[in-house]
Write a protein that binds this ligand. Structure first.
Ligand SMILES: [Fe+2]
Ligand SMILES: [Fe+2]
Length: 300
């Protein structure tokens, strides 16, 4: 048995404290990272899967400062970008430069294999109103939109879906995991609340699910972006969507990899004061129900 952990949406370098569904406390992240660094020493993961919104991507300095903090956790990791990482024209270049040593092939979408478990990491693009897919947001699109406001949209280009299909075909003899900042599925009805903030999912998540349908070796999809914990099984694939570190419940996932199964456990920080600072009473539901907090995923 070996372990990896998934952390999501640390939004490093964000100096604003605001609200999403709970308080979004960007300024507590240096303390959160110190606590996480200590806590991960107990778990001893082989690597961290960092599912996007890693830093404020609007300047080269914040991208590199975020990278330095993730380096400082002291474990190998696989980064991927989110809407906050890729918010300006230079963002992907800065991201590739900052994470050069971590990105297989130096690319923002890539695959790798650990102990026979294959991982494919995706990098969707911004979907403009004219339906073109672009590396940058459309002018006047808000990176963060309030409920009811028009927000960004994202989708996977057909070339990337074809790359994924080919990559999974090469590795069809191995169990596989897909990771992508944006979930392939929306927030399930059972979790919806009036006036909840919904960051949205992949516009063509159905196309991704269609690719996975022809690759039954894909057992799970790990995502973030929604800032809440959700686990849903769709067509035999377990979709694990994980909360954001600056926002209640400030949790991450520990994944124990056994010969025949993955065991996903949700972990909070050993210092509960960070979660308490973010929580707005009555909004505990972003932590998810029991089914959103642990899962056993068969690998065979
Ligand atoms: Fe985020
Ligand atoms: Fe996001």
């Amino acid at each position: 048995m070996w372990r990896f952990v998934q952390i999501s949406d640390p939004h490093l370098g964000s100096t604003t404290d605001g609200h999403w569904n709970n308080g979004f406390v960007g300024t507590m992240m240096p303390g959160v990272m110190r606590c996480l660094r200590r806590d991960l020493r107990e778990i001893r993961p082989e690597f961290i899967l960092a599912t996007g919104d890693l830093a404020d991507g609007s300047s080269r300095d914040t991208v590199f400062a975020g990278r330095d903090l993730i380096d400082w956790l002291g474990f190998p990791y696989y980064p991927m970008g989110g809407n906050h990482d890729f918010s300006v024209e230079e963002s992907r270049r800065w991201f590739r430069e900052a994470y050069h040593a971590r990105l297989p092939g130096g690319r923002t979408y890539y695959s790798f294999t650990r102990h026979g478990l294959h991982f494919a990491v995706l990098d969707p693009l911004w979907l403009w109103r004219n339906n073109s897919l672009m590396p940058v947001p459309e002018p006047n699109t808000k990176t963060v939109a309030a409920p009811g406001e028009e927000r960004g949209r994202w989708a996977l280009p057909v070339e990337q879906l074809a790359w994924l299909d080919a990559d999974l075909r090469v590795h069809e003899g191995q169990p596989a995991i897909v990771a992508c900042h944006y979930p392939a599925i929306g927030i399930p009805e059972r979790m919806r609340r009036p006036n909840m903030a919904d960051a949205g999912c992949l516009e063509n998540g159905g196309d991704l699910i269609a690719v996975l349908r022809s690759h039954p070796n894909v057992r799970a999809v790990f995502s973030g972006h929604l800032h809440m914990n959700i686990i849903e099984v769709v067509e035999g694939v377990t979709h694990v969507i994980t909360s954001a570190l600056p926002e209640y419940p400030t949790e991450y996932r520990e994944v124990a990899v056994h010969e025949d199964r993955l065991v996903v456990t949700t972990r909070g920080l050993s210092d509960p004061s960070f979660a308490a600072r973010s929580l707005i009473e009555g909004k505990e539901w972003t932590a998810g129900e029991a089914q959103d907090r642990s899962a056993t995923i068969p690998l065979t």
